[in-house]
Ligand binder design. Sequence first.
Ligand code: GCO
Ligand code: MG
Length: 403
Amino acid sequence: MSRIKSARVIITCPGRNFVTLLIETSDGVTGLGDATLNGRELAVASYLSEHVVPMLIGRDAHRIEDVWQFLYKGAYWRRGPVTMAAIAAVDMALWDIKGKVAGLPLYQLLGGASREGCMVYGHANGRDIEETIDNALHYKEQGYRAIRLQSGVPGLAATYGVSKDRYFYEPADADLPTESLWSTEKYMRSVPPLFQKARDALGWDVHLLHDVHHRCTPIEAGRLGKELEPFRLFWLEDATPAENQAAFRVIRQHTTTPLAVGEVFNTIWDAKQLIEEQLIDYIRMTVVHGGGITHLRRVASLADLYQVRTGCHGATDLSPVCMAAALHFGLSVPNFGIQEYMRHTDETDAVFPHAYRLADGMLHPGDAPGLGVTIDEALAARYEYKRAYLPVARLEDGTVFSW
Ligand code: GCO
Ligand code: MG
C-alpha cells in the first residue's frame, strides 16, 4: 500500500499568486494539486495546512474517492470555494500520483482520449473595436479556432477583460481593491457593433465568444443575446449572476445565443437546475474550483445527459497544474466543448514546467505520467506572496455592482 507520507503547501508569486499542494507517498512518489483562489489565496493555504494535511498523513494514497468523501462529508460544513479548492488540490495530487504509479498520463486512467486535442479559445481585447479586432486577427493567424472578444466601452474608463498588454491580462493587480465605474446601458450599446465588425473582418470560420462577467439582469441578457444572434456566437458567458439558477429561464425564453456559466461554481449543486432544465449549453466549472477531477467528472456526466458540454475556466489565476488537470479531463470526457486558454507568463511557466502543448488551436496534455507538471521549488521560493485583489465595480450613482 502506498501511504501519504507528507503534504505541504507551496505559495509563490511569479507575476501572480499561486497556491500548490505537494503530496508525497511512502514510496517517494509525488503529486501536485492547484489550490489557487484568486484574491483569497491564504485562506485556502491555511485551510489545507491547518485542517486537511494533518488528516491526510498515513492514508492510502490510492483511495481517491474515499479521501474525497472523507474531506467533503467529514468537514460537516459542505461546499464553498475555500473548502472545495482545498479538496480539489488533494484530489488532483492523488490523481497525479496514481498516474505516475501506473506510468500513464492521467487521461488514460480516465478512459483514454475521446478526441485528438482540446480546442481552446484565446483572448482578444482592446481599448476600442479596431484594437480588439486587430488582436483577434493575430490569434487567427496563430491558428486559433475560437477567440473571445472583449472591448473597451465608450464612456467607461476601465472594464472587465481589457488589458494593458496584448497577451497577458491580470485583473487582480492591487494591494487593496481598486474601484471602477460601470454602466450597463453604455456596455450594451457597444457589444453588437463589436461583433458586426468582427464578423466582417474575421469571417465565419472562427468561433467567437464573449464574457458579460455577471453584468446584466436576466431580461437585459435576453435582449443582448437576441441582438447578437446574427453574429452566431459560440457562447455568451456569465450573462447574469447565477446564484438564482432559475434566472436563466428568462434569458432562454428570449434568445437562441448559446449560454455558458459556472466559473465561480464549486459543486454540482450550483449547476443542477441549470443543467437539468437545459438552461445552459456550456458548464464553465474547472478542476480547482469545482472539487477536483473526481467531482468534475460527476458534473460532466450529469451535463452529458442534457447535451450540455464542458467549457472549463482557464484564466491565468488557475495555475499550470490546474490547466494540465483540465486538459486530461477535457481530452477524456465525451461531452467536451472548449477550453479557455489565457497564456501564463514565462516566469510562471518556468516555475511550473509542463508537458501540455498548443498546436493548431488545440491543447494536448502530453503523455508524461500523471498530470505532466512539475514545480521548480527553488525558483518558486524566489517569488514571495504579494496580496492582490480583484477590482470592485460601482454604478455611476455609487451603488456597488457585480464586477
Ligand atoms: C474568465 C474569467 C476571469 C475571471 C478571473 C477572476 O472568463 O476567464 O471571467 O477573467 O475574472 O478568473 O479571478
Ligand atoms: Mg468569465
